[in-house]
Every structure is written in structure tokens, then in C-alpha cells.
Design a protein around this ligand. Structure first.
Ligand code: URA
Length: 280
């Protein structure tokens, strides 16, 4: 199996299979059997790649494996034995500390965005903050500087946060759904989110924020595992993960730059978020 194919499988949460014991009849059949095994996995992989991006997905927690598409059965566990020395999986991400997690992200090649990024963008801010902000993905400025929200939208985000007494230097942590920039700022693809989400899930676990502010549709829909439009998500309190962390959704600052009249609604969201932080 070539490296690119292995990367795609990793991105989909599928551990490459190897034949452990070839029954003698299969030995006689030889490569024909190996071929049929490969095509079984190939169809499963294609089904995952073709997953409708607008369907709700089951919770993508740290270490979670993307589900098979409807009607597609999961590959047999016997076929999923990692080859020796290739046991890289998302499972152990749930146990990494900050330094190991940052190193793992910096070296990540779990999806094709690794080929086009300048660098990964891990996260920034106080790692023990009560407040955690989740955005979509790095843009050109973030890709260049290695820090989330440093472009024009980032300046507006900083101003929004300052209005509720939050700053990345002091008391909030900021991270994105994706750690690598999608080329031309296109929307993240489902397989990219599936590959990258365990890193964010672990960051959330480590920060253990009192409440999360999701900025923009992509952040909100992926955190909450819904396809509801952002206009219907904002203005109320959602929950994330096994510890039911409260989540408030607001508009992305890049959208607010284009639609300044919506800033009034964003201010309502920020006040709701501040109230949650204060209530504990
Ligand atoms: N937009 C985001 O969602 N995140 C960034 O880091 C920058 C722009």
C-alpha cells in the first residue's frame, strides 16, 4: 500500500489491514484472494469518502472513528490488524499532554492539507482558561504566522472578546476545527474534519473550559454535530461532549466584516456567553 493511500485511510480512521494467516486454500489462490480483500476495503473507503456532508454525524469525540455510511457494514476486525510499526491511530490522542499533542499536530500528515500548508496552526492562549473559542480553520495569515485569528477577522475577534473582558494573552484559549489551511480558503471537507477533530477534542479536554464560544457555521455545526443553519443555532445554549460543556454560537468575524448590521446579534451572543462564564 502506498503512502498516499495509507494517509487517506488514516484520515478516515481506518487502520490498514494485513493478512495474518493465509489459509492454505487461499495460498493456492494467491494474489486473487489478496485482491478481493483489497477491493472489500476499497468499497468501504469510497463509501466513507462519499458521505453526504450535510447529514448529521455521530459525535466526533477524541479518538473517534468516522462511521461507515448508511447501509455500509464496517470492515471485519480481523482485516484491521495494523502492520508492525504502523500502529499510529487516533486512539492515543486522548492521552496526550499539551507538549505531545502540539508535537503530534505539527507532524500530522493525516490528510492532504499537509501537502499545501506552510505550517500547522495549533492554538493560542491560556491553557487553563474558563473561556475557549473555536473557529473554523487557518486562513492565509494564520498559515503564515502559525497562530489562529491573526488576520482582519482575528482583529475583530480580539475586539469582540475584549468587549467581554477576554483576551488571548490572559484568559481565553483559541483553536480551530482544522489545524491546516484549506487551499483558497474553501470549506473543510468531511474527511479533513474527521482526521483533525480528535486534536481539538483533546484540546477541549485539556482546557476543560467552563463554556465554549463557537464562531461561525463550520465551527458550530462540527462541534454540535448538526446541520442546522447558524441563524437557528445562535441565541441559545447547546452542550458539547460527555461533560456537557455549554456552547454558545455566534457569527464568524469574517462574516461580520461583510455584514456589519449583524454585529448587534453577535453582541447578544457575547453577552449570553459572558453570563455563562460568570455563572459557572
Ligand atoms: N478564521 C478562522 O475560523 N480561524 C482562523 O484561525 C482564522 C480565520
Amino acid at each position: 500500500m502506498d503512502a498516499r493511500r495509507r494517509r487517506i485511510l488514516h484520515a478516515l480512521g481506518i487502520t490498514p489491514w494485513v493478512r495474518r494467516h493465509r489459509p492454505s486454500r487461499q495460498a493456492a489462490i494467491g494474489d486473487a484472494v489478496a485482491q478481493s480483500g483489497a477491493s472489500t476495503q476499497g468499497s468501504s473507503q469510497r463509501a466513507l469518502l462519499n458521505r453526504d456532508p450535510v447529514q448529521p454525524r455521530p459525535a466526533a469525540q477524541a479518538g473517534a472513528t468516522p462511521p461507515a455510511a448508511a447501509g455500509e457494514s464496517a470492515p471485519s476486525p480481523e482485516l484491521l490488524t495494523p502492520p508492525p510499526g504502523e500502529a499510529e491511530s487516533t486512539d492515543d490522542i486522548t492521552r496526550l499532554d499539551w507538549d505531545e499533542l502540539a508535537r503530534r499536530v505539527a507532524q500530522c500528515h493525516a490528510c492532504d492539507l499537509a501537502e499545501t500548508r506552510t505550517q500547522t496552526v495549533f492554538g493560542v492562549g491560556a491553557r487553563d482558561a474558563d473561556a475557549m473559542i473555536v473557529g473554523e480553520a487557518p486562513g492565509a495569515d494564520e498559515d503564515r504566522q502559525g497562530e489562529p485569528f491573526v488576520g482582519r477577522a482575528g482583529k475583530l475577534l480580539d475586539a469582540m472578546l475584549a468587549a467581554i473582558d477576554l483576551s488571548r494573552q490572559k484568559n481565553c484559549y483559541i483553536a480551530n476545527i482544522l489545524k491546516c489551511r484549506p487551499p483558497n480558503n474553501r470549506d473543510p471537507r468531511p474527511e479533513e474534519v474527521a482526521a483533525c477533530f480528535p486534536y481539538l477534542a483533546r484540546q477541549i479536554e485539556l482546557v476543560a473550559p467552563r463554556a465554549i464560544l463557537a464562531v461561525g457555521r463550520i465551527a458550530a455545526q462540527n462541534l454540535l454535530q448538526v446541520t442546522t443553519p447558524i441563524g437557528k443555532l445562535r441565541g441559545r445554549i447547546h452542550r458539547y461532549g460527555p461533560s456537557d460543556i455549554p456552547v454558545v454560537v455566534t457569527y464568524h468575524p469574517a462574516y461580520l466584516l461583510r455584514s456589519p448590521l449583524e454585529k448587534r446579534k453577535a453582541w447578544e451572543d457575547l453577552k449570553l456567553y459572558r453570563r455563562l462564564l460568570q455563572e459557572g
